[in-house]
Design a protein around this ligand. Structure first.
Ligand code: C5P
Length: 236
């Protein structure tokens, strides 16, 4: 299924995968056109809420990617605290189960935060799913089942591999966000992602947002990489 909505630059979320707030601020200043930033475990562990306050004070949208996964009571209590930070997206693991997802959703429902459920990490291959994790379902089917459960619990969207987009988009509500990492450019560098796709194809297949880290932040020229991605999407 091809989607032909006009592309907007805030559909690209750039991953601030750095270890200190100083390096994060340097990247944000280097890339003023980026309006949506993802703060992950590494940066949040080192900077705490300071990086959220910094980004919000500059009018940026924030995706806090903590991939929460614990018993319902613990995840719900954590969501209650994090909802005070005014982040736009916060991740929980769908594998935490129905009760955990529902408990998390209750705690953010009166805030501006929307929850995204992580399905299967994009670094997990089909063989790792079967051999290491002992999941007998085919990978896309498994991601779909997890996303359907998340939708049923009132969660706003899912994080999925670009290769699951077509299947997920055709089975989930049109307003259920599909947020996809594993985006790679034509330069052939995949880093540790197993299931990758270029930005244009991912958007055409129904991605609501793309999460892009190293293809921009580790590029020799991050500004040129960002512009190349935006131009490719605006002209497609
Ligand atoms: O550098 P790269 O483009 O691979 O960064 C992808 C980002 O998306 C990382 O911050 C990673 O933690 C995150 N992510 C992912 N797969 C998921 C969920 C989040 O790669 N399923």
């Amino acid at each position: 299924m091809l989607i032909s909505k006009p592309f907007k630059k805030d559909q690209i979320i750039v991953a601030l995968d750095v270890s200190s707030i100083d390096r994060a601020i340097a990247l944000v200043e280097q890339l003023p056109e980026v309006t949506f930033w993802k703060v992950g475990l590494e940066l949040f562990t080192s900077s705490g809420a300071d990086i959220i306050r910094y980004l919000k004070a500059r009018g940026k949208k924030v995706f806090l990617d903590l991939k929460l996964h614990d018993i319902p009571n613990t995840v719900a209590a954590t969501c209650k605290v994090l909802a005070n930070y005014d982040v736009d997206f916060l991740t929980v693991h769908a594998l935490g189960g129905r009760e955990m997802l529902k408990a998390a959703q209750v705690e953010i429902q009166n805030s501006q935060t929307q929850l995204l459920a992580v399905t299967v990490l994009t670094s997990i291959s089909s063989s790792a799913l079967a051999t290491d994790l002992k999941i007998p379902l085919e990978l896309t089917k498994y991601a779909l089942e997890l996303a359907l459960m998340a939708q049923d619990c009132g969660i706003s969207g899912s994080v999925c591999s670009p290769h699951e987009l077509e299947t997920l988009r055709s089975h989930l509500e049109p307003n259920f966000y599909l947020v996809t990492p594993g985006i790679r450019l034509a330069d052939g560098i995949n880093y540790d992602q197993s299931r990758v796709m270029n930005p244009q194809t991912a958007i055409a297949l129904g991605a609501s947002y793309l999460v892009i880290g190293r293809p921009i932040t580790a590029a020799a020229d991050p500004i040129a990489a960002w512009q190349q991605i935006c131009e490719g999407l605006l002209s497609s």
